[in-house]
Design a protein around this ligand. Sequence first.
Ligand code: AMP
Length: 432
Amino acid sequence: MAFQTIRGTFDVLPDAHSTGGAEIPGTAAWRWVEDVVRGVMERFAFEEIRTPVLEPIDLVARGVGGTTDIVQKEMFTVERSRETYVLRPEVTAPVMRAYLEHHLDQRGGAQRLFYVGPCFRAERPQKGRYRQFHQFGTELIGADDPRADAEVIANLRAVYDAFGMTDTRLRLNTLGDAADRPAFRDALREHFAPHAEALSETSRQRLETNPLRILDTKNPDERALLADAPRLTDFVGDDARAHYESLKALLDGMGVPYVEDPLLVRGLDYYTRTVFELESDALGAQGALAAGGRYDGLAQAVGSKTPVPAVGYAAGIERLFLALADQGVALPKPLHPDVFLVCLGDAAEAAGFGIAQTLRAAGLAVDFALGGRSMKAQMKAADRSQAAVAVLLGDDELAAGVAQVRDLGASEQRAVPIDQLAVELTGEDSAA
Ligand code: AMP
């Protein structure tokens, strides 16, 4: 049996291909997505950070949270002597680790960082859900100003605008401050206590360990119980409330649309104040395009002695591709060479190799057939390559110092001196 990619992972090939019923775009499309993302990040003055794919297990356990599905069930771990590492399930905790490890605060001001790269979660693979998937995201570290939250949300909006994506919805909520949390937790527990029977095993556990997560239950019976449950909104303190009002005013001022959703939560303790999610109708059950929020408690959760306010988001590239496909956005195709060399005869083949290097040095993309193929086979290969022109070289042409340049679209042909090929094909005249 030949080897195959591991379940929930995929190859990116030069052409788009389908695997497990899902279309995986070709390399050119991935590069285009990454280029568009980097372009928007640059305009927001976010700087790229690249952290290792392997991280210490404790960083992930503390940084993502021991009560999350990610840490409880979905980590890919790697044992090496006595250490256990994790293939990063997300990039926020690693970026915070890097910020603290390298004292990035000493660069002055808030740090505007972004990343693009693979993440790993042992989830059940399905459409839009993989075990190795790709995220881009921002982390704005060192500012508690509501403008930082607005900046990150404006950046998120700008990325999806740059892709021409219109049917998206930004859901927004505030979780209040850490100090607001215990009273809400107690109220929730009190509300659900008489209904414990109606709760799923998971929800009963969450009520103990992480009651906020009950708010995003998908179970219809539990959702019914939520209708008259205490509302998070009523427990948000004055500071967090003022922060949220300023953020909304900033978004309104920029014309960034959002929908307030009091049930939107991020289950982790270090999330404070702002939370948001970008949804697309195209995704349905596959959930969100991107999610983010403020995590003023993360730095201390991963070992900082002092609090470091921060806000950011993470977006899935596979989900973006699904949404782009749904909106009928055409993806870039593989690049074609400028020139395909067709060489007939030993001397022409040898000379052709040198000509290819000369043309490449002049900036042209040059391909040719390998393996001494017939003229007909080489012309077929030239057509298949979709090169703009074929340069035909036989031993006779070589003796005369000329090559035939054939326009593959129009099937017109002209003789060009070999030493003029680079100038002729790059469109630069020799006087220039
Ligand atoms: P999260 O860190 O869970 O908030 O995820 C942020 C974004 O990453 C999600 O909104 C998705 O777009 C994407 N994402 C998360 N998990 C997966 C996965 N298993 N496969 C594909 N994309 C994912």
